[in-house]
Design a protein around this ligand. Structure first.
Ligand SMILES: Nc1ncnc2c1ncn2[C@@H]1O[C@H](COP(=O)(O)OP(=O)(O)OP(=O)(O)O)[C@@H](O)[C@H]1O
Ligand SMILES: [Mg+2]
Length: 273
């Protein structure tokens, strides 16, 4: 029996007998290619007008379907990444940050580091643009087809603690490993107690050479021992994090301060005039 694998309930409605448009509508439903279903007619008109070959018409139609599917996938991945806001690298003013090497950023934007399970560490003072860059790079990874999950360091710890207390830590770490890239924002602002530091270590260890981590921190590595209340755990964690990693140390003024300064200058000018 050749048709035994398809149950009657899984079968789409029977093929229509009333002409080409309904046949195409039926076939695109079966193939789950709604974009082709929506655009074949419009593109066919264009093809006739511009004398496309059959092959050109077919390629254009398939291309439309693939582009649509990819962009829907990207939208979905960005939504499930839980970025606090969607910020893009295109909106990032590189002139404000001469300490950031453009070639390195351009390379990271290709997201090949995710394919290689490498890490990215963004270090620098408040307001320098670490979170913006982490989100922007996360968005690029989503556009390249990788699943991403963003959260602050303290929320990651809350999640891991809850799993640990219910005896589910291994399952949770396995679940997190399904994401190709996780972003841990704001390491260093809130100190971790010993238990939290151990959980964070386990998160890093469980992804070592298997999945990417992007970390932002206002503290240089030399001061991570303070945050993790344990120099030994901090050292072992940094060792794993930086083994295959791009470490970007950003220096300069806070962008927030700059914006405030510019606003004040504008107000002063307006008051003077
Ligand atoms: N070079 C830049 N171009 C455009 N916007 C920027 C730039 N740097 C920072 N910003 C903007 O300034 C604000 C602060 O940046 P961001 O939150 O990324 O800083 P941060 O380094 O994460 O600071 P913190 O350590 O306090 O969390 C954000 O609104 C961000 O979009
Ligand atoms: Mg930040």
């Amino acid at each position: 029996m050749t048709t035994a694998a398809t149950t009657p309930s899984a079968m789409p409605a029977a093929p229509p007998k009333d002409g080409l448009p309904s046949l195409i509508a039926y076939l695109t439903r079966v193939l789950k290619t709604p974009t082709i279903g929506a655009f074949w007619e419009e593109l066919a008109a264009q093809a006739r007008e511009e004398n496309w070959s059959h092959e050109e018409y077919l390629a254009a139609l398939l291309q439309r379907q693939v582009a649509d599917r990819e962009s829907k996938g990207t939208v979905m991945r960005i939504r499930t990444a839980h970025f606090p806001q969607v910020k893009t690298l295109e909106d990032f003013n590189l002139d404000h940050l001469p300490s950031l090497r453009r070639d390195v950023l351009a390379h990271l934007a290709t997201a090949t580091f995710v394919a290689k399970a490498e890490n990215v560490i963004l270090l620098g003072p408040p307001g320098i643009g670490k979170t913006h860059l982490a989100i922007g790079l996360g968005v690029k990874a989503c556009q390249s087809g990788y699943s991403v999950l963003f959260d602050t360091a303290s929320n990651w710890i809350t999640r891991l603690s809850a799993a640990h207390h219910s005896g589910q830590l291994e399952t949770e770490l396995k679940k997190i490993r399904r994401y190709k890239l996780i972003i841990v924002d704001e390491v260093g602002y809130i100190p971790f107690d010993q238990d939290a530091a151990n959980l964070f270590f386990q998160l890093v260890a469980s992804r070592y050479e298997q999945g990417s981590i992007m970390v932002t921190s206002n503290l240089p590595f030399g001061r991570w021992g303070e945050t993790f209340s344990d120099d030994v755990v901090a050292a072992a964690m940094i060792d794993r994090l930086v083994h295959h990693a791009e470490v970007l140390t950003l220096t300069g003024d806070s962008y927030r301060t700059r914006q405030r300064r510019e606003l004040l200058a504008k107000e002063n000018r307006a008051n003077r005039d």
